[in-house]
Design a protein around this ligand. Structure first.
Ligand SMILES: NC(=O)c1ccc[n+]([C@@H]2O[C@H](COP(=O)([O-])OP(=O)(O)OC[C@H]3O[C@@H](n4cnc5c(N)ncnc54)[C@H](OP(=O)(O)O)[C@@H]3O)[C@@H](O)[C@H]2O)c1
Length: 325
């Protein structure tokens, strides 16, 4: 089969498009998926560099995908050949390929009115956003949340989930198009995190809220954590999922406000938490309020371009996806 393989850690150029990779075979509890689209996530670039979750070489990258069931293991109950599915969080991952295996519990049905690119955009972003909002921040209807980095894949998932659960949303983006997009998705107060003075604008808008900004969903803590500590309300909670360097903060404000700062990873979700999130995601798909936004697609062979784009873009507008023939 065709697949992207990494033989040495390094820049985007180490993503090699190979045409002679053996098709993996599912065990009794797994399915074989003919991948039609694979999600590109920022973590894929850190793994490729050998900086996080170091893999044994060579490996096939990728964590989420959508496709068609090609074969099912003997114990698999929920799927049959030909079903459209999306997958994430499988022990086997390796989604940048024509075929992949996944455990039954890591696959969910994808309705046929959702494209394969849509399916590939659900896995990591929506399960992560659900975990942050409900399992960690304890988000409730009527609260106000700041999504600091709302224009990317996880940010958009967080907007849709928070809106469907009755929160008021402040959101930031770094471009005019990103700001338009998040406003159209239901963010009531939008701010440009690349524009000088935007933090003061948030403070002014927050001062008009009865309870201030009670929750913050942070995508880039090395840049924003001290600002978040200044913006959050008394007893507020900050959930961090992204950080690219060290940072300095003033813990005195944390003490004065009795705030909570949490580092969060989707990897620590339990099976029960995943099942709960999957039910809400399924309901969102059926009710129509959950719809991924695709920013750009690249053919599988151009995975290296997709990796450059996801790190270098200054105007995210949803998820980056690889299409697989
Ligand atoms: N912990 C976990 O389990 C987990 C899971 C998934 C993702 N993540 C991490 O979460 C982050 C977001 O993931 P993603 O898939 O949404 O990535 P993405 O699609 O590339 O989006 C990145 C987001 O960060 C925004 N951003 C850029 N500069 C910013 C700044 N100074 N302040 C605030 N936001 C800024 C971007 O906005 P503009 O482009 O509009 O400027 C965009 O909205 C990444 O760091 C990723 O590694 C963690």
């Amino acid at each position: 089969m065709n697949a992207i393989q990494v033989f040495e850690f390094g820049g985007p150029e180490v993503l090699v498009h190979c045409t002679d990779v053996p098709v993996p075979q599912p065990n009794d509890n797994q399915v074989l998926i003919r991948v039609k689209a694979a999600g590109v996530n920022p973590i894929d670039t850190a793994i490729r560099q050998g900086k996080m979750y170091v893999k044994e070489l060579p490996y096939i990258p990728g964590k989420d995908a959508a496709g068609i069931i090609e074969k099912v293991g003997r114990n698999v109950q929920s799927f049959k050949e030909g079903d459209h599915v999306y997958t994430a969080r499988s022990m086997t991952d390796s989604t940048y390929a024509q075929f992949m295996v996944a455990e039954e519990k890591s696959c969910w049905h994808l309705p046929t009115n959702y494209s394969m690119a849509d399916g590939a955009a659900i896995g990591i972003p929506y399960f992560t956003a659900y975990r942050v909002l409900f399992h960690k921040l304890g988000a409730k209807a009527g609260q106000t949340i700041l999504i600091h980095g709302a224009s990317g894949a996880v940010g958009i998932a967080a907007i849709q989930l928070a809106k469907a659960h009755g929160l008021t949303i402040f959101g930031t983006a770094g471009s005019k198009k990103g700001l338009e997009l998040i406003k159209n998705l239901g963010v009531s107060h939008t701010f440009n995190h690349r524009q000088e003075g935007y933090v003061d604008e948030i403070k002014t808008a927050a001062s008009k809220l009865e309870n201030g900004i009670e929750l913050i969903f942070e995508m880039l803590a090395n840049i924003n954590l001290q600002t978040d500590i200044e913006l959050i309300a008394h007893k507020g909670k900050i959930g961090i999922i992204g950080c690219r360097d060290f940072t300095q903060i003033d813990p005195r404000l944390m003490i004065l406000k009795e705030i909570t700062i949490m580092g969060i990873t989707g990897r620590k979700s339990t099976d029960a938490e995943i099942s709960e999130a999957a039910e809400v995601i399924d309901k969102g798909i059926k009710d129509g309020w959950l719809k991924p936004v695709i920013y750009k697609t690249f053919p599988l062979a151009l995975a290296s371009e997709a990796h450059r784009e996801i790190i270098e873009t200054t105007s995210a507008q949803g998820k980056i996806v690889l299409t697989v023939e």
